[in-house]
Design a binder for this molecule. Structure first.
Ligand code: HEC
Length: 133
């Protein structure tokens, strides 16, 4: 499987790094000790320019498996944005993936299908995701 660039994102979000597992645990403790940043800081990294997609996702279960800057069960939105430039083709492909689910681009863990989401809403979500830097 391809190893993606999760590690830098994990390090920068030391407070959440538990999700990254394994060898990073020690560093987490050190970093957590020297920072007082509240968890809410997570949102400050995201501009509200793509607010609609973000709102749509808040009504779904996306946050169970995705966060903006750290890998949870699925890749972080930052990593997804780094992998796919925003263009019509990628927006369409990823919107399709949100609706149908699937696996293989980031590992063996499958993305859950969301059959009830209209294509246009899924595209809004993708535009938001690809705007996360
Ligand atoms: C049950 C966990 C889970 C939920 C819920 C979930 N995802 Fe995912 N998502 C994943 C996993 C795992 C992957 C990686 C799939 C792969 O390797 O191709 C992924 C991948 C993605 C990708 C990248 C797809 C690709 O082909 O690179 C996007 C975009 C995405 N998710 C958006 C969403 C959105 C939007 C929602 C909410 C509507 C959502 N996800 C809900 C687990 C989840």
């Amino acid at each position: 499987m391809k190893k993606q660039i999760w590690m830098p994102a994990c390090l920068s979000m030391a407070l959440f790094v538990a999700a990254c597992g394994g060898g990073e645990e020690k560093k987490t403790e050190e970093k957590a000790a020297e920072t007082t940043t509240a968890p809410a800081a997570d949102n400050s990294m995201v501009q509200d320019v793509k607010g609609k997609g973000k709102e749509l996702m808040a009504m779904q279960d996306c946050a169970t498996c995705h966060k903006e800057t750290e890998k949870v069960i699925g890749p972080s939105f930052k990593d997804i944005a780094a992998k796919y430039p925003e263009n019509d083709e990628n927006v369409a492909t990823l919107a399709d993936k949100i609706i149908k689910g699937g696996s293989g681009n980031w590992g063996e863990v499958p993305m859950a299908p969301h059959a009830g989401i209209p294509v246009d809403d899924a595209k809004e979500m993708v535009r938001y995701i690809l705007s996360v830097k």
